[in-house]
Design a protein around this ligand. Structure first.
Ligand SMILES: CC(=O)SCCNC(=O)CCNC(=O)[C@H](O)C(C)(C)COP(=O)(O)OP(=O)(O)OC[C@H]1O[C@@H](n2cnc3c(N)ncnc32)[C@H](O)[C@@H]1OP(=O)(O)O
Length: 209
């Protein structure tokens, strides 16, 4: 019996749980700081807070994944789990298509309908959400989130902690900096510097983060 521990009893966490069970895990359990007030996340038990997860108390588990959408929080929790010696894993939904020539970092989640094409390189803690595509030779740094239905053309680079919003698209070869927010439905056709929010078609900077 193999049990996966998920940090973060949220909606995103539920999708991670469902993907994990589809991918062959026998059971999942959640850890969340809302425990012990929060006992369940939908179908699944919440068995402890983050402190208990770090100590591997509350339930036996074989590996852990962080199911938290906020990129900087996800990376910080992953680092703490690693320091505590908790084994991290990635979850890849069997109805995604991940090239055998792609490289997937530790603690990534790839949901149903997503495609990661040949020689794409994903850093640790990335989320490739439902139906998103990451095409050939893309390089995603750590903690990047590609939202549902967003499309990266070939050879796109995305920096640490950046978030590509739902339904956005990125032209081939574009370099997106770190800590960038690309708004829902944006079309990114030129390079984007660090620490900005861009929206629109074509995408323009509207805010410094
Ligand atoms: C499974 C899941 O749920 S995964 C989650 C997927 N979610 C996403 O991808 C969310 C992406 N987020 C967005 O697009 C957000 O709207 C952001 C980050 C770009 C901006 O959010 P906020 O800072 O809260 O902006 P706010 O909603 O207050 O809007 C400010 C202005 O920008 C405009 N605006 C906001 N988002 C966009 C957008 N994507 N494209 C164009 N204009 C936008 C608003 O219309 C508003 O304009 P106004 O001042 O003329 O009225």
């Amino acid at each position: 019996m193999r049990r996966l521990a998920i940090l973060g009893a949220s909606g995103h966490g539920k999708v991670v749980a469902d993907a994990a069970l589809c991918a062959g895990w026998d059971e999942v359990c959640f850890f969340d700081d809302a425990w012990p007030g929060l006992e369940r996340n939908d179908e699944w038990p919440v068995v402890g807070d983050f402190t208990r997860m770090l100590r591997q108390e509350g339930a036996d588990f074989n590996a852990a994944v962080v199911g938290i959408g906020r990129n900087e929080v996800r990376l910080a929790k992953m680092a703490a789990l690693k320091d505590a010696g908790v084994p991290l894993t990635s979850v890849v939904h069997p109805a995604s298509v991940v090239s055998r020539y792609a490289s997937i970092g530790e603690g990534c989640v790839i949901f149903g309908g997503a495609i990661v094409n040949v020689r794409a390189d994903l850093g640790d803690g990335c989320i490739i959400n439902t139906g998103a595509t990451v095409d050939h030779d893309c390089r995603l740094a750590e903690g990047v989130h590609i939202s549902p239905g967003a499309n990266l053309a070939g050879n796109v680079t995305v920096g640490d902690g950046s978030w590509i919003g739902i339904g956005a698209c990125v032209r081939q070869g574009v370099i997106i900096g770190r800590n960038v927010m690309v708004g829902a439905g944006a079309a990114v056709v030129s390079d984007i510097p660090n620490d900005v929010t861009v929206v629109g078609v074509p995408a323009k900077v509207v805010e410094r983060n």
